[in-house]
Design a protein. Structure first.
Length: 268
């Protein structure tokens, strides 16, 4: 079937919807992205227009489809050991001062398909071994969380992983699984993946030594950024570290954290 092109009014409806649900600002430049990602859903429901699909989503009768739409409109760009300076800081400045045997928890707060979370887990496993440590990993998108829990990736995703980490923490696929890798079960068991909408009140997650909130605030307006960081800070231990993306800043967002350098902050 042929789907009518999305018009400005329909795009505006989806802009408002994703902002209400997830706090995400979709710029006019994202019109083609919205059209492309939702087109198959219109075909699925034999709908002629994006306005009809919006009506289906907002009628309140199909919450599962609403989650599908949120998943499709959430950008999920990530890779292993992205922005490696943060992992160097975790190794040399944080874990080097951690007392062996004490619990250590990290929150990967926009984990997407899991590459960041498993990168963190590899560093923790290197330094803390079988000690009491955990990575909590969250995302709004259920689709990428399912992929993350499995920990199965194509070999073209592994560029950032060192040969030592590949050998120690990953299994190479053979036969039908050739050109893929599986994160070892022992490492996967240390990463807990849950759905969390950062723009809503947070569930009980406990407290953390380090929070990674990287490359997601660029999708929020200033007020939403302030609200999200304000919700998260009580979950960071005094003396804990808060890491954001290299292209992001907390200027005008929060003055409750002490900057240690670009994109790295510490809670007094």
């Amino acid at each position: 079937m042929t789907v009518n092109a999305i018009n400005d009014q329909e795009f505006s409806q989806f802009q408002k919807l994703i902002y209400q649900l997830a706090g995400i600002n979709l710029s006019p430049a994202k019109k083609a992205l919205v059209s492309g990602r939702l087109a198959k859903r219109l075909v699925q429901y034999h709908l002629d227009s994006y306005g009809d699909y919006f009506g289906l989503l907002t009628a309140g009768h199909n919450p599962e489809e609403l989650q599908v739409a949120v998943d499709l409109l959430t950008t999920n760009e990530t890779y292993f050991f992205r922005e490696p300076r943060h992992f160097d800081f975790l190794r040399t400045r944080i874990l080097s001062r951690h007392k062996p045997g004490n619990p250590f928890r990290v929150w990967s707060a926009a984990c997407s398909s899991g590459e960041e979370s498993y990168s963190i887990a590899m560093v923790l496993a290197d330094h803390l071994g079988d000690g009491p440590w955990e990575v909590m990993a969250s995302d709004i998108c259920t689709r990428v969380l399912e992929k993350a829990r499995i920990g199965h990736y194509s070999m073209d995703r592994i560029e950032g992983i060192s040969r030592e980490h590949l050998s120690r923490y990953c299994l190479k696929g053979i036969g039908l699984q050739e050109n893929t890798l599986l994160v070892d079960k022992r490492l996967r068991s240390r990463v807990n993946f849950i759905q969390v909408n950062l723009s809503q009140p947070l569930p009980g997650l406990g407290v953390f030594d380090v929070i990674f909130l990287r490359n997601v605030m660029i999708y929020f307006d200033q007020e939403t950024k302030r609200q999200i960081v304000q919700r998260m800070l009580p979950l960071l231990k005094p003396g804990g570290h808060f890491l954001i993306g290299h292209s992001e800043t907390l200027n005008g967002v929060s003055d409750a954290l002490h900057p240690l350098g670009p994109s790295i902050y510490r809670k007094p």
